[in-house]
Design a protein around this ligand. Structure first.
Ligand code: WTA
Length: 679
């Protein structure tokens, strides 16, 4: 038998309609009326996983033909990255992402609800149908065009979740512009940095935001940011509140323009590998990187994982409470669910507003079927007690999901037993901004599969995890730990760092040639399941938000801009935090010890909030005379971690320190600090 014939045979055996006949995924997809298939196809997880691992190009080609609507078909499913780098997918294919997320559903069921906007004000949810969302998107797209935004132009979106911000993303996709959503909690300086790096021509924002009953001055922040951004030609301002904000000549009232705009906008036919969006994320240097995702591969991977990781069924209400400022919001609030014709919830509020029952009241009122949240919120809520949960009917829930950081066993059990009443599948999903979608998750579609608490467990179709030792060798067997890498390309993988491809290759493909290095460590259990053990670099995870410790250090030290003249040197490390998962602990050296006052400490906190965001502000700032350094001048952060986690009896090898007496000095300072804080 030829290779092609063998492959065809396997595919037929795995075909979703296998019991009924020999049809391809594509044919079966065409005959289904709308949305994703109802159940995991015949053959089950193991068969699909084996096939996807053996022949990723063939597997994804079949899925892509059936799952997406193409303007013209691709000729090559996968072109591997050479000599090192990401693969490119679905070459030669053309499509429009907004058509896949909107038009195809409008044709079949225009009145199906696409979005439920759960606004901050409790009980004021707004339902938006697919037809209405297409209308909004086209009007917004035409408005962007009217003001000179063209294919390839970059547009910043500085808005919390709302139908308009989703329409903003899809409007960019419709006309081939590239969006970069900036989390609306970032400071003016962070926003300006991202706009400058990406060369955005426009910003879309709200006059104000509303969260947890408080007003966020979004337009004021944008004004502050764009002062230093000559590339910005227009700021489109939508109204979230009735309050007036200052409008200058380049500010455009968005809704007013949209009312005048045509409600039809011809979609741009995009190449599979054209840029869809970039999203800035933290690495181990001080400068966030613009992670670039492209059209077809990203969309397919987001949609396919949305269906299978959460066991999404047609007409389910999917509730991912992430903000669109993060990758979770991109993939599982917007692109994955909408491509699958789902009803997606946009959650604008906080878990504790107006009280700690908010999530569960929303679950009851909107009849949410899949609920996807961050462990930090679960840890916060479990402190308030079970009554807040039990007050509400959660019988609609089928699948619960956790994302963004390790979930501890206590939080997992509470989520599973209290929220899910022990009857919902709970999936701990591991992935990254760079991976585009979920890569390791227990997978509930496989009904009888065991799920171990607080573990991501099984690789998704086509994901081949490997663990590496310190010498760059693959670690075989089970019950082993190492650096987590992925051995084969998959369509959702980011393609580059905007304007810095070399950095992309260096960070992800150089450490272990031939493999994608995730930056995380993992343990493979005796049964072969994967347990993520945490970052291996200087990236910390505060409330599920990634942050390079170097970013905080850069914000505080006496840099070129003389941020704080009294602080020549700092070292920031992550430490375990009960609610946030990790918190930032800063060791700072002052120019003159005597100059130190609590005032300087407060100033440093303000600087970090204004240069990055509030969540980046260190919980602790400890003044030390000097930092522990090796003879070559490298700060030994490992020692600082031991100090704050109070493992000073296990400092390890300190012989490479320039002056080992620094250890005692720092331990004494830490002890004094602790005594002072507890008194
Ligand atoms: C961490 C978020 C443990 C990990 C989707 C990763 C996790 C980083 C998990 C990516 C999980 C994410 N268990 N750790 N289930 N999910 N992480 O880019 O360190 O914001 O590298 O993407 O979060 O964060 P990012």
């Amino acid at each position: 038998m030829t290779l092609a014939a063998a492959r065809a045979r396997v595919l037929r055996a795995l075909s979703p309609l296998h019991p009924l006949g020999w049809v391809s995924v594509a044919a079966w997809r065409r005959c289904s009326q709308a949305g994703p298939p109802a159940a995991l196809p015949h053959g089950g997880y193991r068969a699909w996983q084996e096939q996807a691992a053996r022949d990723p190009a063939g597997f994804w080609a079949d899925v892509a033909r059936g799952w997406l609507r193409w303007d013209s078909p691709f000729h090559t499913a996968c072109q591997p990255g050479r000599p090192a780098g990401p693969a490119r997918w679905f070459l030669g294919g053309r499509l429009n992402v907004s058509v896949n997320c909107l038009d195809q559903h409008v044709e079949k069921s225009p009145n199906r609800v696409a979005l439920i906007w759960e606004r901050d004000e409790p009980g004021t949810a707004v339902h938006v149908t697919y037809r209405e969302l297409l209308d909004l998107t086209c009007r917004l797209a035409n408005t962007l065009k009217k003001y000179g935004i063209q294919k390839g132009d970059k547009v910043a979106i500085y808005m919390p979740v709302s139908p308009l911000s989703v329409a903003g993303m899809l409007a960019c996709a419709r006309i081939g512009a590239v969006h970069t959503v900036v989390f609306a909690g970032f400071s003016a300086e962070s926003l300006a940095g991202r706009i400058m790096d990406s060369g955005c021509k426009a910003v879309i924002t709200y006059n104000q935001g509303v969260r947890g009953g408080r007003i966020l001055e979004l337009k004021t922040t944008v004004d502050e940011a764009v002062k230093n951004c000559p590339s910005i030609k227009h700021v489109f301002v939508a109204q979230r509140t009735d309050n007036k904000v200052h409008m200058s000549d380049c500010d455009i009232p968005l809704e007013e323009e949209m009312t005048k705009a045509a409600s039809v906008c011809t979609p741009e036919s995009m190449d599979s590998e054209d840029m869809l969006f970039m999203l800035y994320t933290s690495g181990s240097t001080g400068k966030p990187k613009g992670i670039v995702h492209t059209q077809a591969g990203y969309l397919l991977y987001a949609a396919f994982t949305h269906k299978y990781v959460f066991d999404y069924q047609q007409s389910d209400v999917f509730g991912c409470v992430a903000d669109i400022g993060w990758i979770t919001g991109h993939s599982y609030v917007v692109y994955g669910p909408l491509c699958n014709g789902a009803t997606s919830v946009l959650f604008e509020s906080t878990p504790v507003y107006p009280d700690p029952g908010r999530y569960w009241e929303v679950v009851q009122r909107l009849k949410i079927n899949q609920f996807y949240a961050a462990p930090t919120a679960i840890r916060l809520l479990l402190n308030y007690g079970e009554e807040w949960v039990k007050k509400y009917d959660r019988s609609s829930l089928k699948t619960l999901g956790s994302v963004g950081e390790p979930i501890n066993k206590e939080a997992w059990q509470w989520f599973y037993q209290v929220v899910g009443e022990g009857r919902c599948t709970l999936v701990d999903t591991w992935w990254q901004t760079e991976t585009g979608g979920i890569c390791i998750a227990p997978r509930p579609s496989e009904e009888k599969a065991e799920i171990i608490p607080a573990m991501a467990m099984r690789p998704f179709f086509g994901i081949v995890p490997v663990l590496m030792d310190e010498n760059g060798k693959v670690i075989e067997g089970n019950d082993v730990s190492g650096a987590l890498c992925i051995a084969q390309p998959w369509p959702g993988m980011a393609r580059t760092i905007y304007r810095d491809h070399q950095r992309f290759v260096d960070v992800y493909f150089k450490a272990y040639p031939g493999y994608y290095f995730t930056g995380d460590g993992a343990y493979r259990t005796k049964k072969g399941y994967y347990q993520i053990t945490g970052r291996m670099d200087d990236v910390i995870n505060i409330s599920g938000h990634r942050l390079g410790t170097a970013e905080i250090e850069d914000a505080m030290v006496n840099s070129k801009q003389a941020d704080h003249p009294d602080v020549p040197e700092t070292a920031v490390i992550g430490y375990p935090h009960k609610i946030k998962g990790e918190g930032a602990f800063a060791f700072v050296v002052l120019k003159e010890q005597t100059a130190y006052t609590d005032h300087v400490k407060e100033e440093l906190k303000t600087i970090v909030a204004s240069k990055i965001a509030k969540y980046a502000v260190p919980d602790h700032i400890l003044v030390v005379k000097r930092l522990p350094k090796t003879r070559s001048g490298k700060i030994m952060r490992r020692l600082l971690r031991k100090v704050v986690t109070e493992q000073s009896n296990d400092m390890g090898d300190v012989t490479t320190l320039d002056d080992p007496s620094v250890v005692k000095e720092i331990l004494d300072a830490y002890q004094k600090y602790k005594d002072k804080s507890s008194s």
